[in-house]
Design a protein around this ligand. Structure first.
Ligand code: DLL
Length: 436
């Protein structure tokens, strides 16, 4: 079978050669890491002072894990490994509370990222003949710019539509005969539901493929998207800490997500014992960057849960495959593709003087989109006064939350003592979205 491929020399590389590439990349990464205040200190703790101390890939195991909290502590420049003038872009985490994380990129880093995304796009069967509409946010979120540069490199005609404005998205798709889209799965389902409203039929569109990612979704959701649009949909996994999209992607065979092992060392660990797990066992994905100069990361704990798929993919690529992401081992919520920590919501609520101590975060599905409902208890006397005061307060809290977590919530105000109080550890989050 004729397999579409961007970089055959790397994508079909024999395991042994790939491991040599990884070892060289790991040494470089340690050299870059040693230039950062954060890792100089961290690696001194295990006596690692020179990149040559790494003689074998197994030496990675002696390096401590890096966590999101480490990234927060190192903010804004404790993990910067190059001179500031060599950086050309940064992306920060979507949360805009007091504790963001930042990843810097040098020109070479952007080039490597673009190459990885180009590989993904081609592996999923898209070509320079395609018209590509990118429906994910451009900005600090990595989905927009990440896919954009990769698609341009492949030579596609790129429509940088960014997220939202469904009516315009459909008009663009119709007028320019878009053949490939990139979106969160929930947004694509929403887009389909809006077709009739806009008076557009599938036959007026030329869509043939979708790249879907940035949020957990089931095989059923993928099939639904495929059936509704009569297209092929490919799962795309990535995270800002590892550039963004372009980490792992399904090829045309859809047998799991090929993770580019010349760019990342992949480990799956038990999140409780922190021990490495064998193929097939579900655990937390841990990754080490091998190409990134400006912000090298060693053994980064992603908190995402998955397992390694055994056997070979019919496409012949040698890079191992991850199974669909099953969930997360921490409390991060993903609402329509946006990462939200419950603590961000609590921070906002607790700064509003009218709000009492009890609150509840509820996640629901409305149609295909997630809905974030924030219920807060407020002072009793506010319920006896002018009802407009309540409306104003609702509006104000909604606006504060929106600017903090980048998702517009529905705010409900409740009388003191009316929300459930749990014994022991408070249960602040109720997720009513259907499980996979
Ligand atoms: O979501 C990068 C991305 C953009 C990936 C576009 C794919 C497409 P962050 O905002 O840092 O980056 O969020 C990363 O989203 O740790 C996972 O929990 C979740 N996630 C990303 N892709 C998938 C996926 C981007 N395909 C966090 N399936 C990750 C399930 C996903 N979860």
């Amino acid at each position: 079978m004729n397999v579409p491929v961007w970089n055959p020399a790397i994508e079909f590389m024999e395991r042994e050669a790939l491991e040599r590439v990884q070892l060289a990349g790991l040494r470089k990464t340690v050299a870059w890491a040693l230039k950062t205040p954060f890792y100089r200190h961290r690696l001194a703790g295990i006596g690692l002072k020179h990149p040559e101390d790494i003689v074998d890939l197994r030496d990675l195991r002696s390096i401590p894990y890096t966590t999101k909290d480490d990234l927060r502590e190192a903010y804004p420049s404790g993990l910067l490994a190059v001179e500031p003038e060599r950086t050309v872009r940064l992306h920060t985490s979507s949360g805009t509370t007091g504790t963001p994380t930042v990843i810097y990129h040098s020109r070479q880093d952007l080039d490597c990222w673009t190459e990885l995304v180009a590989r993904c796009i081609v592996a999923a069967g898209a070509t320079a003949h395609d018209v590509f509409q990118n429906m994910t946010g451009y900005g600090l979120f990595t989905g927009g710019l990440g896919l954009h540069y990769g698609a341009e490199r492949v030579g596609m005609l790129v429509i940088p539509a960014s997220s939202g404005n469904t009516s315009r998205q459909l008009q663009l798709m119709k007028n320019f005969r878009t053949t490939v889209v990139h979106a969160t799965p929930s947004y694509l389902l929403h887009l389909h539901a809006s077709l009739a409203e806009e008076g557009i039929s599938l036959d007026q569109l030329g869509l043939r493929k979708a790249f879907i990612g940035a949020e957990p979704h089931s095989e059923q959701t993928r099939r639904k998207i495929e059936d509704l649009f009569r297209i092929d949909a490919y799962n795309s996994y990535g995270l800002s800490e590892m550039n963004g999209p372009g980490v792992a992607f399904e090829c045309v065979h859809k047998t799991g997500l090929h993770l580019w092992e010349d760019a990342f060392i992949l480990e799956i660990i038990d999140p409780r014992t922190l021990q490495s797990l064998p193929e097939g066992e579900t655990g937390e994905i841990v990754m080490t960057t091998l190409q990134r100069q400006a912000t090298p990361l060693l053994r980064y704990r992603t908190r995402d849960l998955s397992h390694l798929v055994g056997g070979n993919c019919p496409c012949g690529r040698t890079h191992r495959r991850l199974a669909r992401i099953k969930g997360r081992s921490d409390d991060m919520l993903i609402v329509n593709g946006v990462n939200v920590f419950p603590s961000q919501i609590e921070d906002v609520l607790m700064k509003v003087p009218e709000v009492g101590t009890n609150y509840l975060i509820q996640l629901e599905k409305r149609g295909s989109l997630d809905r974030l409902v924030v219920k807060a208890e407020i002072c009793a006397k506010l319920f006896t006064g002018d009802p407009r005061t309540l409306d104003d307060l609702c509006e104000r809290i909604g606006e504060l939350l929106r600017s903090a977590v980048l998702v517009k919530p529905t705010v409900e105000l409740h009388e003191p003592g009316s929300l459930p109080v749990s014994e022991g550890k408070a249960k602040r989050v109720v997720d009513l979205r259907p499980a996979f």
